[in-house]
Design a protein around this ligand. Structure first.
Ligand code: FAD
Length: 468
């Protein structure tokens, strides 16, 4: 498709834009290449122009100009998403929000920041008040808060606080609509669910207000087990210990840690399955006693190594969540992954069953979380990729066992399985983006209203009608 880019630039006046094809291409990609399927499908995708607004007024001017010329707009935070979310399938303008990076207000219990602010920078600003964000992705140091809300799901902190899908984990959003004269909407309560994890298809997030938790200065621990089932059962039981405050409980099966966690290698004896834990310093003695009950071997504790030794190590959360996959990919480019949920109360037996079936083709990686109030586990198993057909078989094998898959090898919201589009979502999209110019191609139900939304399927972010 071709667009009137010269006409657009004339309307944008002094707003900074970039048309150099190499730079536009770079700003048109994310971490889609984690998936061999998406790599094949999306490699050629590129926008026509990137705009770098420096203020809310500039965002509104860009949206109005693109609306007038029917040019698609694909928002971009830091471009660390995994499913091609930030990739402009129909070309057009990439709206780089990294210039909207101010932390606006910090009060007891909450912070308000512009959408492009980096998550780690928000926490740094909150530190003086002894507070920090409840949740962050493992891309803490690189991702924007707007991108997390629009494209992420949870991560570090989810063991105590659940995920972005849970009411209360996003306080409010200030968004701009895509209309002739864009409107500003302030969304709170249930309304934030329209825009959360919607890939920017129904509004540009300008500001985000998030709840805060006490900042403890987390102690990191790695605990080893000879038996994978024991490691998983320990992690589950640790999750249930409400008085031991923690921010991360991950289980990673051998030989993944030994093969791929290169900078921690000397702490990781061959054959041991490991549990990664971030815990509040006040809970150290309780944690030690708890670990002893389970005969867990303490392989590493951040408070027990000297500062010199600690200096060369990445933070523990950069071994967890999707960083586990990244570390594996760096050593073995043939690795890919899946995202699954082991539903409560059968999480331990389901994880064991599927890994017994798949063996070393799919080494286990469990992330324990609080899910609808219960401790259970997501799976981010690594997959030793052979073919797209085999990958589909592995997905089907999970589903046959009753393990929902949030498929990271799909770029649409619905097929990815995290976001359910229903009539209420569509009605909001018609209101906020009547011409369908925001991140086109990502919401199937918009382009194909007859698409079977798979009533029986498990979605992470449920449709809005369930409460109607
Ligand atoms: P981008 O990738 O730029 O954008 C994400 C989506 O949001 C896109 O659809 C984009 O169009 C849209 N968007 C961006 N900004 C706005 C805005 N202001 N308004 C409207 N729409 C917008 N995710 C997790 O949830 N948990 C994890 O633990 C996690 N770990 C990861 C580890 C690695 C190594 C990698 C590569 C990714 C991981 N992710 C994880 C995915 C991703 O890093 C996060 O979701 C991150 O928060 C995305 O932020 P971003 O600024 O990079 O967003």
């Amino acid at each position: 498709k071709s667009y009137d880019i010269a006409g657009l630039k004339a309307r944008l006046g002094g707003i900074r834009t970039e048309e150099n094809p190499a730079l536009v291409r770079q700003k048109s990609r994310d971490f889609y290449w984690y998936s061999p399927t998406l790599k094949r499908q999306l490699d050629a995708v590129s926008g026509d122009i990137v705009a770098f607004p420096a203020s809310e007024a500039e965002v509104l001017a860009i949206l109005a100009a693109c609306h007038a010329l029917a040019i698609p707009v694909t928002p971009r935070g830091a471009g660390t998403g995994n499913y091609g979310q930030a990739m402009p399938l129909d070309g057009g303008l990439v709206l780089d929000l990294s210039g909207l990076d101010k932390v606006l207000e910090i009060v007891p219990g909450r912070v308000r920041a512009q959408a492009g602010a980096l998550i780690a920078d928000i926490d740094a600003a909150c530190a003086a008040s002894g507070q920090e964000l409840r949740l962050h992705p493992s891309t803490y140091r690189t991702a924007s808060i707007g991108g997390f809300v629009a494209g992420g799901s949870g991560g570090v902190g989810s063991i105590s606080w659940g995920g972005l899908r849970d009411l209360g984990n996003i306080v409010s959003l200030r968004i701009a609509t895509m209309e002739a004269t864009p409107r500003i909407l302030e969304l709170t309560g249930e309304e934030v669910q329209t825009v959360s994890h919607a890939y920017g298809t129904n509004g540009i997030i300008l500001e985000v207000e998030m709840p805060l938790a006490p900042a403890y200065g987390w102690t990191e621990a790695i605990i080893g087990f000879e038996d994978f089932g024991e490691a998983a059962a320990y992690a589950n039981a640790l999750g249930e210990q409400d008085a031991i405050l923690k921010k991360l409980v991950s289980v990673i099966a051998a030989p993944v840690p030994q093969s791929y966690f290169l900078r921690h290698r000397k702490y990781l004896p061959d054959g041991l399955h490991i549990v990664l834990v971030m815990l509040a310093p006040v809970a150290r003695a309780a944690f030690e006693s708890f670990t002893k009950r389970w005969n867990g071997r303490t392989l590493y504790r951040s408070d027990l190594v000297g500062p010199e030794e600690a200096k060369g190590l990445p933070p523990l959360y950069e071994l967890a969540w999707n960083h586990t996959t990244l570390r594996a990919l760096r050593v073995d480019p043939a690795i890919t992954y899946l995202q699954t949920l082991y539903p409560f109360p059968n999480q331990l037996s389901l994880a064991e069953q599927v890994h017994a079936r798949l063996g070393d083709e799919a080494p286990a990686h469990l992330e324990f979380v609080r899910f609808d109030g219960k401790i259970t586990s997501f799976g981010l198993p690594l997959i030793r990729f052979t073919s797209e057909a085999r990958l589909e078989e592995i997905v089907a094998l999970h589903e046959d066992l009753g393990i929902p898959v949030f498929n990271p090898h799909r770029y649409t919201l619905e097929e990815g399985g995290m976001k359910q589009t229903d009539a209420a979502q569509l009605a909001f999209k018609r209101e906020a983006d009547p011409q369908g110019l925001l991140n086109p191609g990502k919401m199937i139900a918009w382009a194909h209203p007859d698409f079977d939304l798979g009533a029986g399927r498990t979605y992470l972010f449920l449709g809005l009608e369930r409460h109607a």
